[in-house]
Design a protein around this ligand. Sequence first.
Ligand SMILES: Nc1ncnc2c1ncn2[C@@H]1O[C@H](COP(=O)(O)OP(=O)(O)OP(=O)(O)O)[C@@H](O)[C@H]1O
Length: 732
Amino acid sequence: ECRYDSHFGVLVCTLNFCVCPAPQTVNIHNRKDPRNLALNNQPSSWSFQLDGVLHHVSQEEVYARVGRRAVLGALEGYNGTVMCFGQTGAGKTYTMTGSTESYKQRGIIPRALQEVFQQVEKRCEYTFSVHLSYLEIYNETLVDLLSSPRGSSDPPARGMVVMEEPGRGVFIRGLTLHPVHSEGEALNLLFEGEMNRIIGAHALNKNSSRSHCIFTVHIESRSRTLSDAKYVTSKLNLVDLAGSERLGKTGSAGQGLKEAMYINKSLSFLEQAILALADRRRDHVPFRQTKLTYALKDALGGNCNTVLVANIYGEAAQIEETLSTLRFGSRMKRVQTHPTVNEHIDPAQIKKLEKEVQMLKEELSIYHGLAVRPSNVYEPLSDAQVAEIQSQVRRYLNGTSKEISIISIRQLQEVFAQFKLATNSSVVLSFSRQGKKQGAGSPVTVMPVASASRPKQVRIQTPEREQEAQEPDIQSQDTQESPPPSKELCCFPPSAPPPKAEAFEAFKVGQGGELNHILKENKAVLLERHARLRQLTEEVNTAKRKIDRTTAAIERYKDKRARQGIAKGEPVLGEPEISLVPHLRELKAQYRQRYEALRSTTAEVNYCQHLVDQCRVRLLNEFESWYKETFRVPEEVLNVPKPEDPVQPGIGEDQELFERLQCERLGDSPRAISFYNARQRTQKRVGVSFSKHSSTLASFQCLFRAIRRPENDPGLPVYLLPGRYHTIQQNN
Ligand SMILES: Nc1ncnc2c1ncn2[C@@H]1O[C@H](COP(=O)(O)OP(=O)(O)OP(=O)(O)O)[C@@H](O)[C@H]1O
């Protein structure tokens, strides 16, 4: 069980700290310059008490001390927020996302996703639905990092608004929520969002986040055992704030300067809101001054477990910023939050349950009515009754009767038994009609036992036992209770069942025919989409090469003109360049259009692959049950077909083999597979390796370098370009 403090947890995360601090205290001592003899009454020592100091600790420990409680709370219905705050370059993104290059150095978000899905697997008494969203606040604009189609030149969807509703709290209208069912899917989305983040370089950090980012895991859980009218929801916000920066130190200019001003302004509003929250006498908290504080309103002063990580530098040169971060942390510790479980009642479910109760009451009253005829209802069925049920089932199956009258559970069980026998006998008959040899050459026949009293037992006999089978079943005539079917009679000896490969072939044309047909159709569609994908890839690459050639031609003209010198009054672009510009525009439009088609075909391929996989697994599972049922093979001789069995049909075995090898390679840490798979998929899409933000401009540049290879070098096909086309155009 989780217990939550109602005040903020504030931990400090140190980077380059040289003095080892006490477990919960950060002591800072500023050595006075002995050469400066002027009288200086400024304090030179400070001490800050926080909830913990994370100094020289692994990412795993950071997650355990900062993130785990919030994640476990979220699974129980408490909102949770983990937020990194601090000076630019102090390690906020490293703490929150970590390195995408190394599984060991992954940060709080990937670890939280892993924990969520591990817990979902463990807590089988609940059903969970998990959705993800990724919000960026850039220069006071809300951006959905997971909504803009990749490769589209359109700016991401705008018009999102921070809203507040009673009972729902604060939410972002227009922000897309993506359902996820596994850690792998969630990591794919995380990496995709990371690729869309805006970053820039300055003196203190070459990959500086220029925006605030809120990655949210929305969880809904319902009990499987208790009433499903009640359910709990929670939001887990994982916040990577942009770093505060002194413009003098970072040397930001132009766009970077504008971004820094927005960042500093929103962080100062955040501090104001915290000051107001920490002061009990204040009854107004200015949450709405900026989108950041409004979006985090619940996390800051409402229904939420919140942990702040204050990231600090340990260098003397950064002492002012370090002090300011620690002061902010100390203030934050005084803020009270009120975490409660977000429990909801589903009115539609209540109606449904009321209906169910009504039906059950009616059913019960029927049982009460029937209870006055006890001998008929509760005694084992007589032969005559069994024969009557058998005949009713037969009439029902051949269509001469539309209903079977049932007045007791025993009758109901007998009806089901009759159906089962009817189904089994037809399946086995159809199988043996195909003339397949069974086991060690003994033909299998299916014989209904010639017993008046228990004609329902279908027995599968070897020839030696045929005679015996035709004799009346004396024992069953004598007793009312049906004896358990003798093992010898109704099971094959372990060696007798037909080989699975043969049985599977028969199953595919018989019982599993429809499913097999669907599988074949799905595979055909998949192959067709693969072919289209290859063609589109070729077209996209051709379009890109043409763009590169035209751009290069324009550049050459420009250079030439620059070398010749432009006379005053002469236009900057010459005639040839002017004619090439609309051509280039047209090529880019073509490129985008092909690219869009490529993107949607990729999605279709993934989807079709998923269908094929699902279908294949279903076919094998159904075959397995059918085989077990039909031949009554004892469990110990069952040789369950594995995905790697030769009967496994399908496409993409190479990929599966590759993934298996990868599993083996990662044997010591099997959970790493989802992480590397998601990374591999994202890398595959962009065609390059990516570091920290995955989406850094460096990645774009690498990508473009990959695209701009010489024409005679076939290279790798370029499948996808990341998020913001305008960024790409800048580089172009
Ligand atoms: N604990 C750490 N161990 C190793 N490297 C670290 C650690 N913390 C940060 N770094 C490295 O320091 C650099 C800056 O870190 P990071 O980008 O996370 O800072 P930030 O606070 O997010 O900066 P900004 O606010 O500018 O985005 C990165 O190269 C990162 O990998």
